[in-house]
Design a protein around this ligand. Structure first.
Ligand code: ADP
Length: 374
C-alpha cells in the first residue's frame, strides 16, 4: 500500500521538540514532505541558533518515519531560515507542479535572478564541474547574463576552473560582491576558505553556507544561474532542491554502467523533491585520437542516451574525452571561452541553447503523474 502524507505526519507527531516540549508537527516545523514510491523526504525548520545542536531531533524524526510500513528510505534535513528570509514571500511554482497536498517547501526566489539550473552527478570525477563551467560559458556565449554558484562546498573547483583567485568584497558590510571572470558572476566557498582547510561540516552548516552564498551575495540581474552541486544525493542537493526555486537539474554521467546507476539515483532524488530533470549529458563519451583521427569508445559509448530514453528524460548531448577539454578547464580557461572555434566549444553552446530553451519555454520534463489506486 502506498505511504500517505498522513501516515508520515502521524509518525512525526510522536517526536517532541526538546526545547519546547510539544511535538514537531503541531509546532509547524515540518515542511516539504515529498513521497515517491516509499521514499520519503521532508524538512524540519528550526531557528538558525538551534540548528547545530538539533541533529538528535533530526535522527529521531527520520527513525519515526522509517518505522512506517511501506517506507523504503527517509531523507530528513534541518533547515534554518534567517528571519528576513522567512518573511520574504516564497515563490510558488504553479499548482500543477505540486506532487502532494499539504505543507510546501519554502522556495524563496533570489531577486533579479531568472532561472536557476543545477548541474549534478551521482558520483565524483565524471566531469560535472567541467561541464558546469563550460555550460555557463556556453550560455554566456549565447548572449545571456549568467551566474555560477559553486555549491560543492567540500571540494570547490570553480575558482580554479574559471581562473579566479582572491576574496570577494562587500560594499555595505552585509552582502558580498560576486567574483567575476569571462563575464560570469561567480561565488564559491573556495573564495572564502583557504584551499587546504579541511571541511568537515554537518548538514545544518552546509545548508546555512549555501543559503548565504545564494541570498547574501549581490548577484544583480541574471538570466540564469548555474549551480555546481557536490556529487551524490546528500544534504546540499536536497537543500538546493527545497530552498531554491530550481528551474531544473542537468545530470552528468559517464557512459559506464556503474556511473549510470549513480546517475539514476541522482535523477530519482530530484524527481522526489519535484525538481524537473532537464536531461542527461554524457561526458567522456568517446575518444578521438589526435594523431590518427580514429574514434575509440573507451567506456561503451551511448549508455547515457539509452538510459535517458529509459528514464523518460532528454539526452542533452555527448562530450568526448579530449585532452584540450581537460587542459583548458584545469588551467582556468575552459575551451568554450579560450577556443570558441573548437568543435567542442560548439558542442557546449548547443547544449547550453537546449538547456535555455527548456528553461525559457517551461519545456522541462516533469515526472509523470502518479496514479494511486486505493
Ligand atoms: P567532477 O566535478 O565530476 O568531480 P571534474 O569536472 O573536476 O569532475 O573533472 C575531473 C577531471 O576530469 C578534471 O581534471 C577534468 O579536467 C577532467 N575532465 C572532465 N571532463 C573531461 C573531458 N570531457 N575530457 C577530458 N578530461 C575531462
Amino acid at each position: 500500500m502506498a505511504v500517505t502524507e498522513k501516515q508520515v505526519l502521524d509518525a512525526l507527531a510522536t517526536v517532541a521538540d526538546p526545547d519546547r516540549g510539544a511535538d514537531i508537527v503541531s509546532l509547524g516545523m515540518i515542511s516539504g514532505i515529498a513521497i515517491r514510491d516509499g521514499n520519503v523526504a521532508f524538512s524540519i525548520e528550526v531557528e538558525p541558533h538551534r540548528a547545530d545542536r538539533l541533529e538528535p531531533l533530526r535522527k529521531a524524526a527520520a527513525a519515526a518515519v522509517d518505522a512506517v510500513e511501506g517506507v523504503l528510505s527517509v531523507t530528513a534535513v534541518l533547515t534554518a531560515q534567517a528571519p528576513s528570509q522567512a518573511r520574504a514571500a516564497p515563490a510558488r511554482r504553479p499548482a500543477a507542479a505540486a506532487p502532494q497536498a499539504g505543507p510546501r517547501p519554502q522556495r524563496g526566489a533570489i531577486p533579479g535572478v531568472g532561472a536557476i539550473v543545477a548541474v549534478a552527478s551521482g558520483k565524483g570525477g565524471v566531469g560535472k564541474s567541467t561541464i558546469a563551467a563550460n555550460l555557463a560559458l556556453g550560455l554566456k556565449a549565447n548572449g545571456l547574463s549568467v551566474g555560477v554558484l559553486d555549491a560543492d562546498i567540500y571540494g570547490p573547483s570553480m575558482p580554479r576552473m574559471l581562473g579566479i583567485s582572491g576574496r570577494p568584497r562587500s560594499t555595505d558590510g552585509k552582502r558580498l560582491q560576486p567574483m567575476e571572470n569571462f563575464g560570469l558572476k561567480v561565488m564559491s566557498m573556495g573564495f572564502l576558505v583557504p584551499e587546504d582547510t579541511p571541511m568537515i561540516w554537518r548538514g545544518p552548516m552546509v545548508m546555512s553556507a549555501l543559503q548565504q552564498m545564494l541570498r547574501e551575495v549581490e548577484w544583480g540581474a541574471l538570466d540564469i544561474m548555474v549551480v555546481d552541486l557536490p556529487p551524490g544525493t546528500g544534504d546540499a542537493q536536497l537543500t538546493m532542491a527545497q530552498q531554491v526555486p530550481l528551474a531544473g537539474a542537468v545530470i552528468v554521467s559517464t557512459p559506464q554502467d556503474i556511473a549510470l546507476l549513480d546517475a539514476r539515483k541522482g535523477l530519482n532524488m530530484f524527481r522526489r523533491v519535484d525538481v524537473p530533470v532537464l536531461g542527461i549529458i554524457e561526458n567522456m563519451s568517446y575518444f578521438l585520437c589526435p594523431h590518427c583521427g580514429g574514434r575509440s569508445e573507451i567506456f561503451a559509448h551511448g549508455g547515457a542516451r539509452r538510459e535517458a530514453d529509459r528514464l523518460g528524460t532528454e539526452f542533452l548531448g555527448e562530450v568526448p574525452l579530449d585532452l584540450a577539454i581537460r587542459e583548458t578547464s584545469d588551467a582556468g580557461r575552459p575551451i568554450t571561452v579560450s577556443d570558441p572555434d573548437n568543435p567542442y566549444a560548439a558542442v557546449f553552446r548547443t547544449i547550453a541553447a537546449r538547456v535555455w530553451d527548456k528553461v525559457a519555454t517551461g519545456g522541462a520534463l516533469r515526472p509523470p503523474p502518479r496514479i494511486v489506486i486505493e
